[in-house]
Design a protein around this ligand. Structure first.
Ligand SMILES: *[C@@H]1O[C@H](CO)[C@@H](O)[C@H](O)[C@H]1NC(C)=O
Length: 133
Protein backbone atom coordinates (compact mmCIF):
# COMPACT_ATOMS: atom_id res chain seq x y z
CA UNK A 1 0.00 0.00 0.00
CA UNK A 2 2.77 2.39 0.97
CA UNK A 3 4.54 1.55 -2.25
CA UNK A 4 1.46 2.43 -4.30
CA UNK A 5 1.16 5.79 -2.56
CA UNK A 6 4.82 6.57 -3.24
CA UNK A 7 4.36 5.54 -6.86
CA UNK A 8 1.28 7.74 -7.17
CA UNK A 9 3.11 10.72 -5.68
CA UNK A 10 5.92 10.16 -8.17
CA UNK A 11 3.51 10.00 -11.12
CA UNK A 12 1.75 13.15 -9.90
CA UNK A 13 5.13 14.86 -9.62
CA UNK A 14 6.03 13.93 -13.20
CA UNK A 15 2.63 15.13 -14.47
CA UNK A 16 2.97 18.42 -12.59
CA UNK A 17 6.33 18.92 -14.26
CA UNK A 18 4.75 18.34 -17.67
CA UNK A 19 1.89 20.75 -16.96
CA UNK A 20 4.38 23.44 -16.01
CA UNK A 21 6.78 22.56 -18.77
CA UNK A 22 8.18 25.08 -21.18
CA UNK A 23 9.53 24.60 -24.66
CA UNK A 24 12.65 26.47 -25.68
CA UNK A 25 13.57 26.98 -29.32
CA UNK A 26 17.30 26.41 -29.60
CA UNK A 27 18.97 29.41 -31.22
CA UNK A 28 15.54 31.08 -31.50
CA UNK A 29 15.09 32.61 -34.98
CA UNK A 30 18.51 31.42 -36.08
CA UNK A 31 17.64 27.79 -35.44
CA UNK A 32 19.98 24.80 -35.48
CA UNK A 33 22.61 25.47 -38.14
CA UNK A 34 26.36 25.89 -38.38
CA UNK A 35 27.15 28.35 -35.60
CA UNK A 36 27.75 31.98 -36.66
CA UNK A 37 30.56 32.07 -34.09
CA UNK A 38 32.02 29.32 -31.89
CA UNK A 39 30.26 30.15 -28.61
CA UNK A 40 26.86 30.87 -30.19
CA UNK A 41 24.99 27.85 -28.72
CA UNK A 42 26.94 28.00 -25.48
CA UNK A 43 25.79 31.61 -25.09
CA UNK A 44 22.22 30.67 -25.96
CA UNK A 45 22.25 27.91 -23.31
CA UNK A 46 22.98 30.46 -20.57
CA UNK A 47 19.63 32.15 -21.37
CA UNK A 48 17.57 28.98 -20.77
CA UNK A 49 16.68 28.17 -17.16
CA UNK A 50 15.64 24.57 -17.62
CA UNK A 51 13.69 22.45 -15.18
CA UNK A 52 12.60 18.80 -15.39
CA UNK A 53 9.80 18.39 -17.94
CA UNK A 54 11.02 21.20 -20.19
CA UNK A 55 11.69 20.59 -23.86
CA UNK A 56 14.18 21.82 -26.40
CA UNK A 57 12.98 22.37 -29.94
CA UNK A 58 15.61 22.18 -32.69
CA UNK A 59 14.66 23.60 -36.08
CA UNK A 60 16.86 22.62 -38.98
CA UNK A 61 16.91 21.75 -42.65
CA UNK A 62 18.22 18.56 -44.13
CA UNK A 63 20.96 17.39 -44.36
CA UNK A 64 21.30 18.89 -40.90
CA UNK A 65 20.28 16.57 -38.10
CA UNK A 66 20.61 16.23 -34.37
CA UNK A 67 22.33 13.70 -32.15
CA UNK A 68 21.86 13.32 -28.45
CA UNK A 69 25.20 12.22 -27.06
CA UNK A 70 27.25 11.82 -23.91
CA UNK A 71 29.72 14.23 -22.36
CA UNK A 72 32.78 12.65 -23.94
CA UNK A 73 31.39 12.81 -27.47
CA UNK A 74 30.32 16.40 -26.87
CA UNK A 75 33.84 17.51 -26.07
CA UNK A 76 35.44 15.28 -28.72
CA UNK A 77 32.84 16.11 -31.43
CA UNK A 78 32.44 12.38 -32.00
CA UNK A 79 29.25 10.93 -33.48
CA UNK A 80 29.77 7.33 -32.38
CA UNK A 81 26.90 5.61 -30.57
CA UNK A 82 24.56 8.56 -29.98
CA UNK A 83 21.82 7.84 -27.44
CA UNK A 84 19.38 9.22 -29.97
CA UNK A 85 19.32 10.55 -33.52
CA UNK A 86 16.70 13.00 -34.76
CA UNK A 87 16.44 13.24 -38.54
CA UNK A 88 13.30 15.33 -38.87
CA UNK A 89 12.72 18.93 -37.92
CA UNK A 90 11.44 20.19 -35.59
CA UNK A 91 13.11 17.75 -33.21
CA UNK A 92 11.76 17.90 -29.68
CA UNK A 93 14.03 16.69 -26.90
CA UNK A 94 12.27 16.04 -23.59
CA UNK A 95 14.31 16.51 -20.45
CA UNK A 96 12.32 14.67 -17.81
CA UNK A 97 15.01 14.22 -15.19
CA UNK A 98 17.58 16.65 -13.77
CA UNK A 99 21.06 16.33 -15.19
CA UNK A 100 23.30 17.19 -18.11
CA UNK A 101 22.16 16.88 -21.70
CA UNK A 102 24.46 17.05 -24.72
CA UNK A 103 23.62 17.51 -28.40
CA UNK A 104 25.59 17.86 -31.60
CA UNK A 105 25.20 17.91 -35.33
CA UNK A 106 26.36 14.68 -36.91
CA UNK A 107 28.55 16.87 -39.13
CA UNK A 108 31.75 16.92 -37.08
CA UNK A 109 33.20 19.95 -38.87
CA UNK A 110 30.15 21.95 -37.85
CA UNK A 111 30.39 20.53 -34.34
CA UNK A 112 34.00 21.69 -34.02
CA UNK A 113 32.90 25.13 -35.21
CA UNK A 114 30.32 25.36 -32.45
CA UNK A 115 27.18 23.54 -33.57
CA UNK A 116 26.79 21.65 -30.32
CA UNK A 117 24.78 22.24 -27.21
CA UNK A 118 25.19 21.42 -23.55
CA UNK A 119 22.44 22.20 -21.08
CA UNK A 120 21.95 21.43 -17.42
CA UNK A 121 18.50 20.71 -16.05
CA UNK A 122 18.45 21.68 -12.42
CA UNK A 123 16.64 19.64 -9.79
CA UNK A 124 13.49 21.42 -8.57
CA UNK A 125 13.98 23.54 -5.46
CA UNK A 126 11.54 24.60 -2.74
CA UNK A 127 11.24 28.02 -4.39
CA UNK A 128 10.14 26.47 -7.68
CA UNK A 129 7.37 24.47 -6.03
CA UNK A 130 6.05 27.63 -4.32
CA UNK A 131 5.74 29.24 -7.73
CA UNK A 132 3.82 26.29 -9.12
CA UNK A 133 1.10 26.03 -6.49
C1 LIG B 1 29.52 19.64 -43.09
O1 LIG B 1 29.01 20.94 -43.28
C2 LIG B 1 29.76 21.75 -44.15
C3 LIG B 1 29.12 23.13 -44.21
O2 LIG B 1 29.09 23.72 -42.98
C4 LIG B 1 29.85 21.13 -45.52
O3 LIG B 1 30.66 21.90 -46.36
C5 LIG B 1 30.39 19.71 -45.42
O4 LIG B 1 30.31 19.08 -46.67
C6 LIG B 1 29.57 18.91 -44.39
N1 LIG B 1 30.17 17.61 -44.21
C7 LIG B 1 29.47 16.49 -44.31
C8 LIG B 1 30.22 15.22 -44.06
O5 LIG B 1 28.28 16.49 -44.58
Amino acid sequence: MQFIIILLLFVIGVLMNLVNSERYIVGEGYGWRPAPYPTYYEDWATTAKLKPGDQLEFRFQKPEDLLEIGKYNYFACNSNSPSRQYKDSPAIAFMLVPGDYYFKSSNNTNCINGQKLYVNVAAPTEDDSDDKI
